[in-house]
Design a protein around this ligand. Structure first.
Ligand code: AMP
Length: 302
């Protein structure tokens, strides 16, 4: 089993969906990602929160075997984000982004993190993603993710991150924004052309599922069908957690295993959206994942 080092955001979110409204609930790309990935593999966590971040979340992460030596609690307030979802839950508006303790964060990697085989650069300021990339020793696999905020605010640094990655996970709207192409296939072509070292580009398409290509092979997987979605926040990070977790536990980074990783990622994300904040992931029961995998296989094979 390979070890995953994750760097990303730790946040307190205000979320409004057609199902309800919550305030100052735990979130952040690295929190969702690590809770999801820890169901499959060993996770070393790097991130920062302020003194107002709930300690029971860190305790939960430790219970799940996540190494939080690199989780810094800094003086000041935790990163804040607020979003409102549209009726179909596929689109959302960001109402607020406050970087707070992120402004001055310098990631420090504990010595025993440096030989992590897989690096996941979660959604965070691209210059911080690059700093972590420079400090880890010869990772076998680098996977990165981002969000519209960084595409708008740090486009050059972000392209540098993707150029140094093996796999880039991005949602469809953000891929279109980043490439300036209005169609996801032509946007994918442009991304692969500009970042020629990418072994796979994973395009998340909300309820339509996920599209993966290496420029040669292609794979399309629908989203795991759900009757009710409470809160889509963190779906992308939970997908990435299940996806990366499967690659880490198998140690196989081939395109055919990347397809399976998408299945595990989709199942994991389906748990995350079952409830607000990280509650859905808390309830994620790993013992039934093989059953869900089999159900998914039957639904998508013809
Ligand atoms: P997702 O729904 O998977 O895109 O991720 C949502 C999470 O990303 C929320 O919990 C937010 O706290 C976090 N987030 C929102 N904006 C940013 C940003 N600009 N940088 C890093 N994390 C963010």
């Amino acid at each position: 089993m390979k070890k995953i080092l994750v760097v990303g955001s730790v946040g307190l979110d205000d979320i409004e969906t057609p199902s309800g409204k919550v305030e100052r609930v735990p979130g952040g790309s690295a929190v969702y990602f690590s809770l999801a990935a820890s169901m499959f593999s060993k996770v070393n966590f790097v991130g920062v929160a302020g003194e107002d971040f709930p300690k029971d979340v860190i305790a939960l992460m430790n219970e799940r075997g996540i190494n939080t030596e690199g989780f810094e609690i800094a003086e000041g307030k935790t990163f804040r984000w607020s979003g409102r979802y549209h009726y179909d839950m596929d689109h959302r508006d960001t109402l607020l982004t406050e970087l707070n303790v992120f402004e001055n964060f310098r990631p420090v990697l504990p010595e025993n993190y440096k030989n992590s085989e897989i690096l996941f650069l979660g959604n965070i300021k691209p210059s911080l993603q690059l700093e972590v990339l420079e400090r880890i020793i010869n990772p076998e696999l680098v996977i990165s993710d981002t969000m519209n905020f960084w595409i708008d605010n740090a486009p050059e640094k972000l392209v540098e991150v993707v150029r140094k990655s093996d796999i880039f996970v991005i949602n469809e709207d953000e891929l279109k924004l980043m490439t300036g192409k209005p169609n996801f296939l032509s946007a994918s072509d442009k991304m692969l052309e500009e970042c020629s070292l990418l072994k796979a580009l994973v395009v998340k398409m909300g309820k339509y599922g996920v599209y993966v290509t290496d420029g040669n092979e292609e794979f399309f997987l629908p989203a795991f069908p759900l009757r009710k979605i409470i809160d889509p926040t963190g779906a992308g990070d939970s997908f990435a957690g299940g996806f990366t977790g499967h690659l880490a536990r198998s140690g196989d980074y081939s395109f055919s295993n990347i397809k399976k990783a998408c299945v595990y990622g989709s199942i994991t994300a389906s748990y995350s959206v079952n409830n607000f904040s990280i509650t859905g992931l808390k309830e994620f029961d790993h013992s039934i994942i093989d059953e869900e995998y089999e159900r998914f296989r039957k639904m998508t094979t013809f």
